[in-house]
Design a protein around this ligand. Sequence first.
Ligand code: HPA
Length: 246
Amino acid sequence: MRKIAFIGGTGLTSMANLEIIRRQSIETPYGMPSSELTFGHLAGHDVVFLSRHGDNHTIPPHRVNYRANLWALHSVGVEQIIAVAAVGGISAAMGPAQLAIPDQIIDYTHSREATFHDGGDQPVIHVDFSYPYSQTLRQKLLEAAQGLDFSVEANGTYGATQGPRLESAAEITRMKQDGCDLVGMTGMPEAVLARELELEYTCCAVVANWAAGCTEGIITMAEIEQTLELGMQRVRLLLERVVVLV
Ligand code: HPA
């Protein structure tokens, strides 16, 4: 079995069903990752867990040290990553508490450290990013979802925004026209950094709310938190089943 890691996002700063073996603090050439790495067993399989926003959920999306996070996981031999991400739902199938395994990304973020190939005395490198997520790992997640009593959307385009504010209704309309089905704040540069390190990376998106302007009224944190409780219960079930397959 290849070494697999889960990156937990909003609503998943720890994993209740993970039997913890040890925690390790790792310093990288890019600084410290968001949290220590937790090594443990899930359903009897070795896994590594990293909390993207820190153990106490204090690191906002634009301040996450994505390079340190990916580097740290790579440095302990991780080869596969399932990145859990809370998102807003844009297209009709992406209602609150829906799980989705996106297959494409559009990057609207800016001012983030988005590459390991940053010039200096290194040769210029352009990685292929036609298909941002590992197809193999996406298929494993979809296979793991079979037989569960909730559905998992098999595709979708994830629009990565800068945050930490939520979007305006007009921004969501534009993103919809661009082809986005989901909107989140952490999908990039995480996905491309994983690609640069040749890690198999996929996203398990959990819809926390309808995106701005997709329903009446405004978006509240209370609504997001409540929905994520159910969504993350679903994610835990899915992850327990996928580790057996990878
Ligand atoms: N927009 C961006 N990121 C999010 C949202 C949203 O509506 N909900 C959860 N993460």
